[in-house]
Design a protein around this ligand. Structure first.
Ligand code: MN
Ligand code: MN
Length: 296
């Protein structure tokens, strides 16, 4: 049963973006092994998306261990996966602006129960989705699955609505139980993304920043800054990686754009040092009697 409140073209774009995202994420995750270059995995996943005729809704996020989100390969990144790593791959694919957002965790160590916690939390939340269920109900299911395995849900990372060219729209879908909250409605498109942590269950910003987003449009004089804006114009406000933009005086150009309120930075978000975080994510469309998981 399709979600009747979406136009056919829009519905088809969401479903096709999801199909591409699921296939590419699965293939990319399968290439992660100790000794493999992080930059090569990131570039090959991003290439698979463009080879499929789709676009990236944001740079492939590849975040290790206590880093929960917003890391990606840097220019000339020399890091390799090592034994024991827990890698989160978070992929955003769009077709004509309609986005599929999906993530998996690859465990190169012995963190099976942690990985299971975010996986089961996602499955439990998806099983509840239908019109009338509240966001608080989803948070309760997520928290229960994670805490019953001895871990903490990350309180300050949430699922979110999706809209055309917009990767985060209301409502937020918390990974914690709460009373009430908005009720789900047929035709809503959103992502559920539980994070399970062996640490504090709260993430904070690290100094490392590799992902940025243009947040307003106004003229700039600095030539290197103008070149960056030209390079990201076709992104229509979707995030971009430092790897994707001209390197000429890049740090100065980016900090100028940030100071002028044209660009925002997405610092790496991490739980406490030495902790480990897992993540799973799917995008779904609410139907009259349940949901369609576009990224399954
Ligand atoms: Mn995501
Ligand atoms: Mn997301």
């Amino acid at each position: 049963m399709s979600a009747l409140l979406l136009d056919d073209d829009v519905f088809d774009s969401y479903v096709e973006a999801g199909r591409v995202a699921a296939r590419v994420l699965g293939t990319g995750a399968g290439t992660i092994k100790a000794g493999v270059s992080i930059l090569e995995v990131v570039e090959s996943v991003e290439q698979m998306v463009t080879d499929a005729g789709a676009g990236l809704a944001f740079p492939l996020n590849l975040s290790l261990n206590e880093d929960a989100a917003h890391d990606t390969a840097s220019i000339g990144d020399e890091r390799f996966f090592i034994e024991g790593d827990v890698a989160k791959l978070d992929l955003g694919v769009h077709l004509d602006g309609y986005i599929a957002d999906t993530a998996v965790t690859v465990d190169l160590g012995d963190h099976g129960l942690l990985v299971e916690a975010s996986q089961r939390a996602l499955e439990a939340a998806i099983a509840l989705v239908r019109p009338g269920v509240t966001i608080g109900d989803l948070g309760r299911a997520i928290q229960q699955e994670i805490e019953s395995r001895g871990f903490r849900p990350v309180a300050n990372l949430t699922g979110h609505g999706l809209a055309r060219y917009a990767i985060h729209t209301p409502p937020s879908i918390p990974n914690l139980s709460f009373e009430g909250g908005a009720a789900l409605e047929e035709g809503m498109v959103f992502a559920i993304e539980p994070f399970a942590s062996s640490g504090s269950g709260k993430v904070s910003e690290k100094p490392r920043v590799e992902i940025f987003q243009q947040i307003s449009i106004k003229p700039v004089r600095l030539p290197s800054a103008r070149k960056i804006l030209e390079a990201v114009r076709e992104r229509r406000g979707m995030p971009f990686a430092r790897r994707w933009i001209p390197s000429e005086r890049q740090d100065f150009a980016l900090s100028t754009l940030i100071q002028q309120g044209l660009v925002r930075a997405y610092p790496v978000l991490a739980d406490v040092p030495g902790s480990v975080v897992s993540q799973h994510e799917h995008t779904l469309i609410v139907t009259s009697d349940g949901c369609i998981v576009t990224t399954a």
